[in-house]
Structures are given as C-alpha cells and as structure tokens.
Write a protein that binds this ligand. Structure first.
Ligand code: TYM
Length: 329
C-alpha cells in the first residue's frame, strides 16, 4: 500500500482552510493509503507561542483530526516532537540543503518581509528542511497539502534526490497532492488573500472550533461584488467564487452543480445557503470533537502510535547516519 504523510502546524486556531485544503483529503484518502498524519508542533516554534497555549492546541488538533473522520485503524496520528528522530534527520537534511534554495521559498520571503535579520528566527529559514524530514522519514509516496505548501514538498523531492545521488538510494521521492478544488480557500474579507489562522481581525477566517453562529455572521458579511449573479470567475468575482468553492465542497457537489443551483439567486439567498452549510458543518464537527475530548481517546490514540512511528523513524535515521558516516557503526 502506498504511503500518505502530512501535518498541520498548531499555531493559532484551526481554520476551514486547513479542513478543506488538507484534512478533507486525508480523510478521503485514508482507506487507499497507509496514512501518517501528525501535529507539526516543532514547526510552531519558528515564531513565539505561549507554551501553555501551544500544548492545548496540540491536543485540540488531534481531537479535530479524529472529529473530521480520521480513523486510527487507517491513519497513524502522532505528535512530531514526541518522535525525537525528526529533529535528527532534519539536521542531516539541512546539511544537504543550500541557503540559495531555502531563500527562494515564498513562504519564508513573505514571513520575513519587513523584518530585520535580527528578528527572524533561524528556524523560520530552515523550516522546509524539517518538513522534508517529516516527509522523507516515512517514505511518503504522496503528501496532500494546500497549494501554499507545494513548494516545500517540491524542495523535499529535490533534497531526497540529492541525498540519494550522493549517498545511495535512501529516500523515496514524494509527490505533492494538491486538491483540484479548495487548494486555496480565501479570506472572506479580502478574497485575494489566503484564509489564514494569523488573520488579525478574525472576520475573514472561519475557525473550526468557533461558535457556529459567529461563523454564520462572517459568511453573511463576506465581501462579494456588485454584479448580483452567482457564477465562478476567480479573477473578476473572487468573493463569490470562494463561497462557491466552500459550499460545493461542504455539500459534496461540483462547482457547476452549485452554480446551477444559485445562478439566478440574489447574493442574500446564496450567502444564506452557504452560511447554513458552514454552520451545520461546524455544529456536527464540534459535537464529535466534544465527545472525543471527553472520551480520553486522544491520549489513547497517541500512546498507541508512538511506538510504531519511533520504530520506523529510528531505522531510517540509523540508516542515514550510517550512510553519511556519523557514529561508530
Ligand atoms: P499549515 O499548518 O500552515 O497548514 C496545514 C495545511 O492546511 C493547508 N491550508 C490551506 N489550504 C487551503 N486553503 C487555505 N486557506 C489553507 N490554509 C492552510 C496547508 O496548505 C497545509 O496543507 N509546514 C506545514 C506543516 C507541515 C507539513 C509537514 C505538511 C510540517 N511538516 C510535512 C506536510 C508534510 C504548515 O505549516 O502547514
């Protein structure tokens, strides 16, 4: 069976973008792939987080994964930092990456823009090498991610190929898997910008654990345009197109079907339908989430998977150490 590997960083609250761009794929693919899905908590350290809040978010994310439908029978869920080997492999991969290629990562460029070198952590710069370690550790065949992470997966491919050429076949070269629809969900107030957990006003971003009635209001006040006709046109109608994508994915229909349904509707009734859909999704998700949190399942699942992921990782890291010549054996 082919392997799927992916993760989410527990900084800020988890968003509808995380669900549509990533978690939904993991759930749909888990029966066909041996899946490893984790909480990328070491990646969270590239910026300062309150340690107690970070710890809370780690559990929260496992609860969300389970509530969204990841099934421990198909998916090994784990916390990145609990498998100490990730950081070991990351170091070796950093030593096989170049400052030039890391400097070209658009996420690094965006996040470091307008900041002096004295305030950008080295971790923000080397972050893609740790991400490559997460992926290459488990010989991933596919890495489902939203489009913003595609460049990092491509870098992981390059690092794997470079390492294999230098030291002999060690890593599987992974493929990014970007969903056809929903690879980038946009901010509701500024629909040319990614919906992001770091959104300051919070009005443009739907959080998975927020009050569903608040989410409803955000959809109702989403920015649209003045045409008053519902159809998909990303360039000229980014707000309406974003809502169409959200609606069609939550309702499991195509964008064409959604357009047919609302083509002649006014924006008010279209938004009401999208708001109903989002609200229903959140109410159901949160009911499952609360049940999971109370059941004690989160620790049970993590305790059971730790041994498995550590064993795979230890074998890989020892093989890598041997190939590069560190250690005595
Ligand atoms: P992160 O935590 O920023 O995002 C997690 C996943 O959610 C997707 N995503 C979106 N998709 C569509 N629309 C949006 N608005 C949106 N916002 C977020 C992201 O593309 C991503 O798939 N570095 C990674 C975490 C990571 C990882 C890995 C991923 C660490 N190691 C190994 C895959 C494999 C990150 O910060 O994602």
């Amino acid at each position: 069976m082919k392997r799927l590997v992916s993760g989410i960083k527990p900084t800020g609250e988890f968003t509808l973008g995380n669900y549509i761009g990533a978690i939904k794929q993991f759930v749909e693919m888990q029966k066909d792939y041996e899946s490893f899905v984790f909480v990328a908590d070491l990646h969270a350290l590239t910026v300062y987080n309150d340690p107690e809040v970070l710890r809370t978010r780690i559990r929260e994310l496992i609860g969300i994964y389970l509530a969204c439908g990841l099934d421990p029978k198909h998916t090994t869920l784990f916390v990145q930092s609990e498998n100490l080997f990730h950081a070991n492999l990351s170091w070796v991969l950093e030593c096989n990456s170049y400052v030039g290629e890391l400097s070209r990562m658009t996420q690094f460029k965006d996040k470091s823009k307008n900041k002096g070198n004295e305030s950008i952590s080295c971790g923000l710069f080397t972050y893609p090498a740790l991400m490559a370690a997460d992926i290459l550790m488990y010989d991933a065949d596919v890495v489902p991610v939203g489009v913003d992470q595609k460049q990092h997966v491509e870098l992981a491919r390059n690092i794997a190929e470079r390492f294999n050429n230098r030291y002999g076949k060690t890593f599987k070269v992974p493929d990014p898997m970007i969903p056809e629809a929903g690879a980038k969900i946009y901010d509701l107030q500024n629909p040319t910008k990614k919906m992001s957990k770091t959104d300051e006003s919070g009005k443009g971003c739907i959080m998975l654990l927020e009050d569903p009635s608040v989410a409803r209001k955000k959809i109702m006040s989403a920015v649209t345009d003045s045409e008053s006709k519902v159809y998909y046109d990303k360039e000229n109608k980014p707000g309406i197109s974003n809502l169409l994508v959200i609606y069609s994915l939550l309702e499991h229909i195509s964008i064409e079907e959604a357009t047919q349904k609302f083509g002649e509707s006014n924006y008010g009734s279209f938004k009401t339908a999208v708001a109903d859909s989002v609200e229903k999704f959140l109410v159901e998700l949160q009911a499952k989430y609360n049940e999971i949190v109370e059941s004690g399942l989160i620790d049970e699942v993590l305790d059971a998977s730790n041994k498995k992921v550590r064993k795979i990782a230890e074998e890989k890291v020892l093989d890598v150490f041997k190939k590069v010549g560190v250690g005595r054996y």
